[in-house]
Design a protein around this ligand. Sequence first.
Ligand code: RTP
Length: 155
Amino acid sequence: LVASLEQVEQTYIMVKPDGVQRGLVGEIISRFERKGFKLTGLKLFQCHKELAEEHYKDLKTKSFYPTLIDYITSGPVVCMVWEGVGVVASARKLIGSTNPLQAEPGTIRGDLAVQTGRNVVHGSDSPENGKRETGRFLLLKEKKGWDLSVESGTG
Ligand code: RTP
């Protein structure tokens, strides 16, 4: 009853090139499915440099930025939209801390990764970024206030 009063959200989840290359796509999808979230968008995609730079523009001044751009463009990624009550924060919990050595066992990074620079998966940090990143990677356009109702189905 409490949950039904909360907002249904969408988040953008991306299996990074190492996750795809290591054959972890099914494992990652399975964890989100078992949790009870709904998959409303899915695409295999080769991220190009321009898009990678847009996605990580807030990290432009970091020393690891060039390595990060090389990493994310090094092979195909799997772009997904997941929907549900509280999915943005819950997905970040399922994914675990940025540094896989600090991520709790039971999380995707805690169970499946070792290096920060090879941490398998991305998840949006807010509903707004979820919409923005979905537009960027799945709809390949950016538009303020993008309405995802078509992607989400009728419910
Ligand atoms: P993400 O955006 O991928 O979900 O990651 P996040 O919020 O957990 O972490 P963020 O600080 O936004 O960093 C984005 C990605 O940059 C790489 N990174 N490398 N010290 C390093 O070498 C370093 N720090 C961050 C990671 O791939 C991280 O996920």
